[in-house]
Design a protein. Structure first.
Length: 229
């Protein structure tokens, strides 16, 4: 399957779910209970979130390949950003537990908060997607020298060892997730954002035993670098 066909397939999946659920509501509206309507509406909402995530990733990837992503550095509180991202992602899965361990971070760092939050959301979204909703996700952050390390650890399906060297390449998907929704663009985009900041994305994983992704971010970045994605 070529890249365009892959993207079309991934976009069609949530659209098909929204279409089927909406038609079911229309046909059976007079026979559904309030709880049934609420359950179907929540499924439509989740499918729309997935569609929005796919479109946002594709557009961001297109901008990156065209050199259209540039840093807009400013001062911001990283701990607040991390807590907000976890809270908003957790709102999509109320039963999911996020275990936060954030300590010793500077009050203010310099970087692009919008891009860094996008990178963190990609990593959090992957952790949620590839682990059961009853499994907690550990999120920690601390400063080491001039760099800050944000670690997201899940207890999900993990990445096969043979696939690890390629996992940040655009459109690459590990063998054990081929049947799950995804474009293979998320981690490559997160890697690109961190490289622009002068940081890095480190990935450790064992198939069947979860994945640990570390976002390495400099305390101060005001210039941005050029990378090919």
């Amino acid at each position: 399957m070529d890249r365009v066909a892959l993207l079309a397939h991934q976009l069609r999946t949530p659209l098909s779910a929204i279409n089927a659920l909406a038609q079911g509501l229309i046909r059976r509206a007079d026979r559904l209970s309030i709880n049934d309507i609420r359950a179907k509406a929540e499924k439509i909402w989740r499918a729309s979130l997935r569609l929005d995530e796919l479109i946002d990733t594709i557009l961001s990837y297109t901008r990156a390949t065209a050199g259209g992503i540039v840093l807009n550095p400013s001062e911001f509180n990283l701990e607040e950003l991390i807590r907000r991202a976890c809270r908003e992602q957790g709102g999509q899965e109320p039963e999911r537990v996020f275990q936060l361990h954030v300590r010793g971070l500077p009050e203010i760092i310099i970087g692009d908060p919008i891009l860094l939050e996008q990178a963190l959301v990609i990593v959090l979204s992957n952790a949620m997607k590839y682990s059961r909703s009853d499994q907690p996700i550990d999120v920690s952050a601390r400063k080491r020298g001039s760099m800050i390390r944000i670690v997201v650890k899940d207890r999900g399906i993990g990445i096969p060892e043979r696939d690890l060297p390629f996992i940040t390449q655009p459109f690459f998907r590990a063998q054990n997730v081929r049947r799950l929704p995804g474009t293979g663009l998320g981690l490559s985009l997160a890697w690109y954002i961190l490289k622009l900041h002068g940081g890095n994305l480190e990935i450790e994983s064992h198939e069947g035993h979860g994945t640990k992704i570390t976002m390495v971010v400099p305390e101060k970045n005001t210039t941005g670098l050029s990378y090919s994605i």
